[in-house]
Design a binder for this molecule. Structure first.
Ligand SMILES: C[S@@+](CC[C@H](N)C(=O)[O-])C[C@H]1O[C@@H](n2cnc3c(N)ncnc32)[C@H](O)[C@@H]1O
Length: 248
């Protein structure tokens, strides 16, 4: 089966689910959108993550996976506002974090802020689908609320790359609801999408969210040896991906 044409709901998606997807880009993905609008979306994401305590909860769940690793090296991909990296640095005082994003303006803002000056953090520009780092240079890689930005071929490439450079990859992204419920949610979002950049990107994110079946197909395409464990986490799903490897 051709991974590039896989529906976001996976190869076994229903007729309705296959209609609830789009190739339309979010403001965050577009070069023709002002940095001011992108920063507004990123600030709203940070605010929502703080209100719902997502940053803390994702950090907490991910850090349990490296609880027995001393001075873990952690890579955050698609960091945006950097709040997840801040939570990791606060929860693990012995961790070192490499904070990255593909968007040069967001990376510049991260570097100019507290993370740029943090003694245990390094801010870098990085495309999560072609990671410029040696194999197994990190104990843990994190990718939060960003996986749906990638089309299937790039998403599979990310799974291959992140599990190459890190022993464990944790992806947290929107959970794709059952199609009928998804339709209702999209309809309730629609009126706000025309006026609020955050709602615009939220609507498209929901249409681009991958189902558990799609995650498994992407991992199998990336490398059949990659295992994925998928857990529900509120309105999100947490995917833990790794390749079998000898201990370091
Ligand atoms: C919706 S924001 C999520 C920001 C943050 N991780 C959070 O949890 O709120 C998606 C982020 O992924 C970044 N991104 C998109 N494609 C990427 C890629 N190929 N490599 C690295 N970052 C990427 C975007 O620039 C953006 O900062």
């Amino acid at each position: 089966m051709d991974i590039t044409t896989m529906p976001r709901g996976g190869f076994d998606a229903s007729w309705l689910d296959r209609r609830l997807q789009t190739d339309r880009l979010e403001y965050l993905d577009r070069d023709d959108v002002a940095d001011r609008v992108k920063h507004q979306v990123i600030r709203s994401l940070d605010w929502m993550g703080r209100v719902l305590r997502d940053h803390q909860r994702i950090a907490d769940r991910a850090l349990r996976l490296v609880a027995d690793v001393a001075e873990p090296e952690i890579l955050e991909l698609g960091a945006g506002h950097g709040a997840l990296s801040r939570a990791v640095l606060a929860q693990r005082p012995d961790a070192r974090v490499t904070v990255t994003d593909i968007d040069p303006a967001l990376v510049a803002a991260l570097a100019a802020g507290d993370l740029g000056a943090h003694p245990r953090a390094e801010v870098r520009h990085l495309d999560a689908t072609t990671i410029d780092a040696p194999d197994r240079s990190f104990d843990l890689a994190l990718f939060a609320l960003a996986f749906h930005h990638l089309r299937p071929a790039a998403a599979a490439q990310l799974l291959a790359e992140a599990t190459r450079v890190a022993d464990i990859l944790v992806v947290c992204d929107l959970r794709r609801p059952p199609a009928a419920l998804h339709l209702l949610r999209l309809a309730s979002f629609l009126p706000f999408a025309a006026v609020l950049p955050f709602a615009h990107d939220g609507l498209i994110s929901s249409l681009r969210a991958y189902s558990p079946s799609a995650f498994r197909a992407l991992a199998a395409h990336a490398d059949p040896a990659i295992t994925v464990d998928i857990h529900r986490m509120g309105r999100n799903q947490l995917v833990i991906a790794r390749r079998p490897r000898p201990p370091k």
